[in-house]
Design a protein around this ligand. Sequence first.
Ligand code: AQP
Length: 332
Amino acid sequence: SPRVLSGIQPTAGSFHLGNYLGAVRQWVALQETHDAFYMVVDLHAITVPQDPKDLRANTRLAAAQLLAAGLDPERCTLFVQSHVPEHAQLAWIMNCLTGFGEASRMTQFKDKSAKQGADRASVGLFTYPILQVADILLYQANEVPVGEDQRQHIELTRDLAERFNGRFGETFTIPRPYILKETAKIYDLQDPSIKMSKSASTPKGLINLLDEPKTTAKKVKSAVTDTDTVIRYDVEQKPGVSNLLTIYSTLTGTPIADLERQYEGKGYGALKTDLAEVMVEFVTPFRERTQQYLDDPESLDSILAKGAEKARVVAAETLAQAYDKVGFLPAK
Ligand code: AQP
């Protein structure tokens, strides 16, 4: 069956609603139909300074949340990126194939380095997308389920795979982005012109899945809408309301058109009160399941160890081919 590969950073502690609806939810669905590889990307995390103790704890926390969200180690390969050294090894080759100007055009680096101050940004942050290229190509992934903000990095992956194949002979599968239109970009609840994000959102605009359910309900109820009262999906004219409808529709499986009908003539208050309830019903068991996985770190670590073992088999085979194609002398 076709392969998928994706990753998530362990940096923020809790996943936010954008991570879940934009990416993780699709990961859970795709493990049923695809040969799926999912990882906690700790190598990516250290592109900005990390406290070692926090990084270790957050890596376990990310894995626990992925399992709580519905990843099943029997149906997918779940692992920690640093457990598979081939990622860094293939990244070096990919770094050497990437033009400096080409890497400079990555908008996420521009945004993130601008935030940190260009002088403080690490070279690792600059080459982050190239490590991501290696992540994807190592598994010969056909599809990469991500949010819209990652589209440019998947394009770079395709370019580099084609470049490598052209220069050294067929080696890598050319991957496609798997981005669901409806949930490609979840917006900040206080400022629906920006994406919900751990670094750019205001605390009130960001729904952390591990927050107290009460806090979550409050954030939903104080979400910014508009001065109109009509509940209608219209991203241009009514971005705040549309964002709430997207979240509501995805979490309940109710088509947006049905929600529009259901709330006809009712105010934003009714929509927000009901959505707050939907959110609480979603996050409450999610928090409990996450805690259960954290309460048993040995089982958690053993799931990750088994995942890494499975991942390494695939990664090592691809890396060996790439090393051979490039012309590295075998070590025997
Ligand atoms: N707002 C979003 N809407 C839809 N998808 C989103 N993703 C992130 N934000 C949204 C998707 O989540 C996956 C994991 O992303 P990540 O590992 O980059 O996680 P993060 O760094 O914690 O996400 P942020 O909040 O986007 O980080 P910063 O603040 O650093 O920019 C990806 O597939 C991503 O597309």
